[in-house]
Design a protein around this ligand. Structure first.
Ligand code: AMP
Length: 291
């Protein structure tokens, strides 16, 4: 039975009880509107830990002033049923005042890896993510926390933050879950019309084309960037390539060429909806790796 807790005290009581009983805790932070991507993290948490805690909180700090905070999909009842099906022990669903008590004046800023890509296009986004995830990790004290590779830059930011601030939590990054057509699952896919969705598929197809080129021996960064940008070209005026890059997996610095491993990062805007996706890649012959 999944239990819903709303206050810091209730969550801390639960965590204290788990600690006294030496139960390990897996933690999955989410914005809600749960789909198979989120559920895959919960299942992994269930496999790895004695107890699983999921947070559902639409974090206003990570939305820009012109973004979709107000219309972001919310479905707590549906989410709870999904958590139940994934054996989640506790759902932490705090109010805004619980997560951001009056007088809060601390921001967690991870420098460097936040300056490009999503960080450049969404000023303040990663400060909002890092600040709230830091608070959630401090409250839930999990042994392991689960994040999706779909938000690749976010995983790099969180790993750095956890290392720099000394949280005793292992960060576990799980594979991207996709629909049958290849589109990465995202709560924001609900905004797409069928025509938009056709356009959105340009993004995973461009990443796949670059991956195939690498498998065929292409190593040059600019050739791969051009290939992705060309593959994302659309005849619709409201479809725009925001970035298409080959970067180092840890620093996110653009790679002149792929020597061993890299990550293909892409972002496409379809109307008002932004889509992001990525693929870990390696030069043929390099030992297999997991991002
Ligand atoms: P969100 O609710 O969008 O903040 O996502 C919560 C967590 O689920 C983040 O760690 C995301 O990276 C992860 N996630 C979202 N979509 C997917 C997906 N398609 N596959 C795997 N993980 C995902």
């Amino acid at each position: 039975m999944t239990r819903v807790v709303r206050s810091v005290d209730e969550l801390r009581d639960y965590v204290d009880w788990a600690r006294r009983n030496r139960y390990s805790i897996g933690f999955v932070p989410t914005l809600g509107a749960l789909h198979e991507g989120h559920l895959s993290l919960m299942r992994r948490s269930w496999d790895d830990n004695d107890l699983s805690v999921v947070s559902i909180y639409v974090n206003p700090l990570q939305f820009g002033p012109d973004e979709d905070l107000e219309r972001y999909p919310r479905d707590l009842e549906g989410d709870l049923a999904k958590c139940e099906s994934a054996h989640v022990d506790v759902v932490f669903a705090p109010t805004r005042a619980t997560m951001l008590p009056p007088g809060s004046c601390t921001t967690v800023h991870v420098a460097g890896v936040t300056s490009d890509f999503e960080g450049a296009l969404r000023p303040g986004h990663f400060d909002g993510v890092a600040t709230v995830v830091a608070r959630l990790l401090a409250l839930a004290e999990p042994d392991r926390a689960y994040f999706g590779r779909k938000d690749y830059q976010q995983t790099v930011v969180i790993r750095r933050m956890v290392r720099d601030l000394g949280f005793r939590t292992e960060v576990v990054v799980c594979p991207t879950q996709r629909d049958a057509d290849g589109l990465a699952l995202s709560s924001r896919n609900a905004y797409l019309t069928p025509e938009d969705r056709e356009q959105a598929l340009l993004l995973p197809r461009a990443l796949e084309a670059a991956e195939a080129a690498i498998a065929g021996g292409e190593t040059d960064g600019d050739v791969l960037r051009d290939l992705m940008a060309d593959a994302m070209e659309s005849d619709r005026e409201d479809v725009e390539v925001e970035y298409a890059d080959l970067v180092h997996p840890d620093t996110l610095q653009p790679l002149p060429a792929i020597e061993t491993r890299g990550v293909l990062l892409g972002a496409l805007r379809v109307g008002a909806t932004r889509l992001i996706d990525n693929r870990p890649v390696e030069r043929p012959g390099t030992a297999a790796w997991e991002a």
